[in-house]
Design a protein around this ligand. Sequence first.
Ligand SMILES: [Zn+2]
Length: 400
Amino acid sequence: MKFAKTFCRPSASIEVIPIGLPVRLQYNEHGLLQSFSIGFSADLDPMFSVVTLNSEAYNKVFNRIKMIVPNTISVTGGTTWVYGVFYTDSIPCDEGIVPRSLFDSYVDDISNGGIYQFYAGYVHSLAALYRGPLVIRNFLSTNNFNLLPHVIVPLTMSDDTLQQMMNPGSYPFKYSFIGGFFIFEDLNCRYDETNLLQLNVTKDVKPYVDVDGYLKGDIITDSGRSYTFNYSAILHHQVTKGCTLLVERDDESSALSILATRVGKTVEKVPENISQEIKCPVCGKLYRGGDSDAPIQCDDPHCLSHGYQDAVKMLTTFKLPTLSYNSYKALVDAKKIVCLTDLIDLPPCQDVEIKAPLATAMYSVIPSYIVPDFALLEKFANKCNNKVETVAYYLRILCI
Ligand SMILES: [Zn+2]
């Protein structure tokens, strides 16, 4: 479910469009079904079309459409367009931005006898003025169209709120994945697609540690593109080679989150409470992952898998040459460092004389998760008269 992208004021009225084939039906001045077109523009321009079919394909689809939607409407005297979606319970597996990437498959399926229903949400007529959701829904209902689910946006609206409003009584669709919205504000209507992403996974996903120490996995798709996810999400949604993912992209952060995993056209619900033990690729320790999509890292605070930023902090504070993450990783993999201070004994630092105040020295080598605040160490060093022996004395007492 993706609502954050859709900016509506409280009290705006929205109609929820499931993933399907968005179609505009055209009725002539006699109220007879005349033609159709696929896809909507944001301003619902009656001349806009996304897909152009050759005449044979067009006629095949139109013959099927005539069997599904009302062939006549009550309004006459001018052209009228009815906007809605052809819906079926299964979702094609084509890769790309949903619903646009699925249009060709939906067209094939409809023309080959697939079972669809048409749900309408908006009408525009040259013969009469239909404005506002109540008038429009009344027109559609009296002309025997199925209506899209409809909600009034409350003062605080979130994806969760919308999900709760889509209860089984008012939401006739199998899955909660939304393809778009008709949004009524100030009696005007606009269309907004949710732009979900569908990915076909072509390789098994192997975990790796990123520069900040978190476990990640790269998904390689049909088109050869690579998408990075938290490895916890890979486990949680049971992502394996051959499956199809429905993914949501946060427009501001570009972060991707998996909504559903499936094999074939049916969306299968992933069992809850999935958890697996993960072996840390660096220290070998086992820890839990897959309970949720949240980032995970090795839970051993001394593990070098999340030590790179502390290594950079140490070298920078000592004014020593720093190293790239790949160089750091190579040293860890080769077991040339088992704790961060080993870096000081390796080239190019080994022959450099380090001079630093006591507080700076402590700040350099103490990982930031233990003492993030330099001022605290400065205070401690001052209380110890900046003498190493006094610091060592207190450390011994603390360790007893
Ligand atoms: Zn580890």
